[in-house]
Write a protein that binds this ligand. Structure first.
Ligand SMILES: [Zn+2]
Length: 179
């Protein structure tokens, strides 16, 4: 369906409300809508979100160009190997600096977050997307997840620790989320 010059792919599903996603790396707009949703409703939905869409399509396309994701299986494996070596080198150093220790870690092919921490087991996960990011950005994600070993949420204590260990973390995070 083309709405004001913007192509959107619509799938009807057994869901309650419409939702919309922008796909990487090409910025394709995909909408899931409940059965029975009219074209008029879909058009209104897209129009009401048009500014947000334009901004985020641009951001996603720019990000994909600046940090191309590995495409083939071989490329993915190489990226994973390289990232694992970087983490194996940097994580222990950062653990010693911060005094916060993980209990094992895994690189996972996750696309919606840079890292995660199991706050019970202190096992960390790192996104394969980090393979194309700078050491500084990788360090930021490592510090962030290590802080979660002692502060599970993103409350004031969490940010106080981030400020202490990495005073410029805000600008690094901004870069990670922008491109
Ligand atoms: Zn977090």
């Amino acid at each position: 369906m083309i709405i004001d010059g913007l192509e959107v792919a619509v799938t009807k599903k057994r869901i309650k409300r419409m939702n919309m996603r922008i796909k990487e790396p090409d910025g394709r707009v995909v909408i899931s809508a409940p059965y029975g949703t009219s074209d008029f409703m879909i058009k209104s939905f897209v129009r009401s979100k048009r500014n947000w869409l334009d901004k985020n399509i641009k951001r996603i396309v720019e990000r994909a160009e600046a940090h191309p994701a590995p495409k083939t299986k071989a490329e993915k494996e190489a990226a994973r190997r390289e990232l694992k070596a970087r983490i194996a080198e940097r994580l222990p150093q950062i653990e010693d600096i911060t005094g916060l220790y993980s209990n094992g870690w895994t690189v996972r092919d996750m696309h919606t977050r840079w890292g995660s921490c199991n706050t019970k087991t202190h096992h960390l996960n790192f996104s394969l997307m980090l393979a194309s990011r700078s050491d500084e950005e990788l360090d930021y994600v490592i510090v962030h997840e290590l802080v979660h070993t002692v502060v599970p949420n993103h409350g004031a204590d969490f940010y106080a620790m981030m400020d202490r260990f990495m005073p410029n973390w805000k600008s690094i995070r901004r870069g990670l989320h922008r491109t």
